[in-house]
Design a protein around this ligand. Structure first.
Ligand code: MG
Ligand code: MG
Length: 331
């Protein structure tokens, strides 16, 4: 596993933030009648205008800037001219390279009005991502992350895609370790400061089984039901997870208010920090004769205690065409 220093993490954050802004742009554009090829075109222009390189285009000969996966498509869908319909869901996965480092994350959007069933799938899949991030704590293990995602998804009865996994991220799009969305507590590689991961649950409304479509890229659900995919880039800093990407640009575009990422952002003060801050400022204010002061906003981050877990072997019973070489993990 490759552990990054703070300068490298800053570069990954810059790349991740550009992906975040690109997805925010997508949020403004996605509506019934729009084609995924149009989305791809404006995403590519935006990335290039920001002095970065589309990270997926040409990667293993993938033809486009975005992976766009609609309805029963799970991941790796190729943009096309077909217009989106009201009630569709579209997963947009985007990668960029800036100053030699990758950003890579994804969001699944509703197109127009979607059914309650689909809304629930999206909400649960996104929350499962945060459940996984919650346990990305120093000295936990990779299996803890998968177990947290799996445990949450199992409460809702959805299918967890097994063949495709998250991954380490940095100068390479896919680095060790692989990050399955299932697993056992206390198993797998130990998490240490400096690790940067792309965690990305792919969750199906029905069966967990998928197959590769005729185009050789797109994975689709075996039962034809919808699938959802959310991905963040996270660094392990000071023992805790810090999200380098953000969905805030999407929420701003959609007029949605969300504080879901707040607990994973910097400005993590301990109670001792807060006590010292208040003490020092009280003394200073007293000296200056100030009777009233306004405290800045700050966040006290509470992270759940360490869990432990283990790595899970890939299912051995899959038909050959569903198995992926490790290098083909996932965007
Ligand atoms: Mg991705
Ligand atoms: Mg990825």
């Amino acid at each position: 596993m490759i552990y990054k220093g703070i300068e490298e993490i800053k570069k990954i954050r810059d790349s991740a933030q550009l992906v975040s802004k690109t997805l925010g742009l997508m949020a403004q554009e996605i509506k019934p009648g729009v084609s995924s090829l149009y989305l791809d075109k404006i995403a590519e222009e935006f990335i290039k205008d920001n002095n970065a390189i589309p990270g997926f285009k040409g990667y293993n000969d993938f033809p486009n800037t975005l992976c766009v996966s609609v309805n029963n498509q799970v991941v790796h869908g190729i943009p096309c001219n077909k217009p989106l319909n009201d009630g569709d869901v579209i997963s947009v996965d985007c990668g960029v390279i800036k100053e030699g480092y990758y950003g890579d994350h994804a969001y699944t959007f509703s197109v127009g009005d979607v059914s309650r069933e689909i809304k629930d799938l999206l909400d649960v899949t996104k929350e499962s991502l945060y459940q996984g991030i919650d346990v990305m704590i120093e000295n936990n293990r990779i299996g803890d992350i998968g177990n947290a995602i799996q445990s949450y998804i199992n409460l809702h009865g959805y299918g967890i895609v097994r063949e495709l996994v998250g991954h380490g991220l940095g100068e390479n799009l896919h680095e060790e370790p692989e990050v399955p969305n299932y697993g056992k507590k206390g198993t797998g590689k130990i998490l240490k400061n400096g690790l940067v991961l792309a965690i990305e649950p792919m969750i199906n409304l029905g069966t967990e089984k998928i197959k590769l479509d005729d185009d050789g890229w797109t994975f689709v659900t075996l039962d034809g039901l919808a699938s959802a995919h959310f991905e963040h880039n996270i660094a392990l800093i000071d023992g805790k997870p810090e999200i380098l990407s953000t969905f805030d640009y999407i929420y701003n575009a959609l007029g949605v208010k969300s504080e879901e990422e707040k607990r994973f952002k910097s400005l993590n003060f301990s109670l001792v920090d807060v006590f010292l801050f208040l003490s020092v400022n009280w003394v200073n204010m007293s000296r200056a004769g100030v009777r009233r002061a306004t405290l800045p906003n700050f966040t006290v981050t509470a992270i759940s205690p360490t869990a432990s877990l283990i790595a899970n072997p890939a299912p051995a019973t899959l038909p050959t065409e569903w198995r992926l070489a490790p290098s083909n993990t996932l965007f």
